[in-house]
Ligand binder design. Sequence first.
Ligand SMILES: Nc1ncnc2c1ncn2[C@@H]1O[C@H](COP(=O)(O)OP(=O)(O)OP(=O)(O)O)[C@@H](O)[C@H]1O
Length: 116
Amino acid sequence: MRKYIDSFRYALEGIVHGMKTEKHLRFHLFSAIIVIGLSMWTGLSQTEWFIVLLLIGGMFAFELMNAAVERVVDLVTTDYALLAKQAKDLAAGAVLVYAFVSACIGLIIFIPKWWR
Ligand SMILES: Nc1ncnc2c1ncn2[C@@H]1O[C@H](COP(=O)(O)OP(=O)(O)OP(=O)(O)O)[C@@H](O)[C@H]1O
């Protein structure tokens, strides 16, 4: 049991560290507050809430993983290396794909409600 509590504590430390050091994560926190506020104001169904919260949580998870990749790459080398560039750009690309899909789904959910 102690091992699980420690793992949970380390994960929380990771989230707190990410929030302190990653400007993109702080931007996502700000965006998440706006989106949740808009969702409450608009009035979403249970399924729509499920989708919105899944997208918000996924965005945080992707950003945290991206920050982890950046650190591992910097741990391996801070010199210019093509593989280092590719690793960071691939991780950033994954975040961008998720953000784009999230924005599209958000528009599909919200626009018909606002234009009703
Ligand atoms: N060691 C390296 N070798 C080659 N290119 C690198 C290296 N480190 C970073 N880069 C390139 O510079 C870009 C920016 O890297 P950086 O580590 O500053 O991340 P970032 O995208 O600015 O993240 P953040 O905004 O969170 O600091 C990377 O996407 C990559 O293309």
